[in-house]
Design a protein around this ligand. Sequence first.
Ligand SMILES: Nc1ncnc2c1ncn2[C@@H]1O[C@H](COP(=O)(O)OP(=O)(O)O)[C@@H](O)[C@H]1O
Ligand SMILES: [Mg+2]
Length: 370
Amino acid sequence: MDGSDDARDLADLLGLPQALPRRTPEVSPLLQTPPSVGPAPPSPMRWPALNSPESVPASGVSSSMADWPGVDEPAARRATAPGPTVVAVFSPKGGVGKTTVSIMLGAVLARRGRMANGGQVRVCLVDLDLFGDVGARLGKAVPTVLDLVRGHPSITPEDVERHLVEERSSGLRVLLAPVTPDAVNAAVLTPSVYRRIVETLSAWHDVVILDCGTELTDPVLTSYAIPSADRVLFVVNNEAATLAAARKALALMADKPMSVPMGRISLVLNQRADEVGIGDTDVLRSLPRVRRIAARFPDDRRLFVGSANQGRPILTSTDPVVRQGIADLVAAAVPDIHLVDLDVIVPAPAPKPLLARILARAAAHALRPS
Ligand SMILES: Nc1ncnc2c1ncn2[C@@H]1O[C@H](COP(=O)(O)OP(=O)(O)O)[C@@H](O)[C@H]1O
Ligand SMILES: [Mg+2]
């Protein structure tokens, strides 16, 4: 078999009409700055004054539910107010950036998002992936959703509130995945349990983000998260295997029983690498159900892995392409929310021994008498 046969096979796999060239000497559309996705005009970096609203107090953002507008609102007003936007972040492929995108979206919204009335956005991230690692990214291990469900069968708002952890630099609140992802624990975490938790969170949040696993055989995804979400952020990278899996997943999602309207799905192209043989047009041609790429993030291990290793979510970047990606991501997920001060770069603290802290906390939790 010669090289053109290989290329033809790849094109077949992706459903492309023609064989892909072995190398695509394509100039990145990001460098060409098309009007719809071009980076915002560069603006000077601003540094927040110590006591500006951008500065998070040393004690962190208050974690008391009573401090969150909405909790004390009269029931009648709450009942008429629209519920929160539920955003599921999904991909049938692991390692493409679902958790990265979930944390970045949540942290940016919590820190820089404003509602139409100017109020801060109350945002919660729920790690729906049994093998989820949101905690490991943020240097937190406990409490987890399992502590919530095991100890509090009625799942009241107060129960849920006590089991959220807070990421201090942004104020993002998170419900962590279990420390031990075994079958016994999985059996407790049913679609209706998660539905109940998210409905409960709705009482005092504007946005709930669901960081999903990869398996479309998981009932938590197929009977709850994906069909119920207001918006599904579907994350891919420009790799053939990811796009082949994405095609199949999109077909399953469109069909019964999930029946997700395609208009509810936004494509996020993450880890976008140049000159790897698959450009943006190829991505769209391989996913005919999707009309456009809603947001793009470059393959930048220094930025993304570096931020994960420091346990600090990305809140913006000096790279205008990443800033544009963040703005596009928010516009795709929650169009009614606007961002402020995306050009404010907060200096990163010295790296902390994140791994040591996570392992210590997980070990302490595992040894705790039940
Ligand atoms: N745009 C990016 N550029 C480079 N590395 C990235 C990017 N996005 C995510 N990563 C890294 O890729 C790995 C997988 O990301 P993750 O968010 O855990 O994927 P998933 O949740 O889909 O399994 C992590 O090491 C993460 O830091
Ligand atoms: Mg993940």
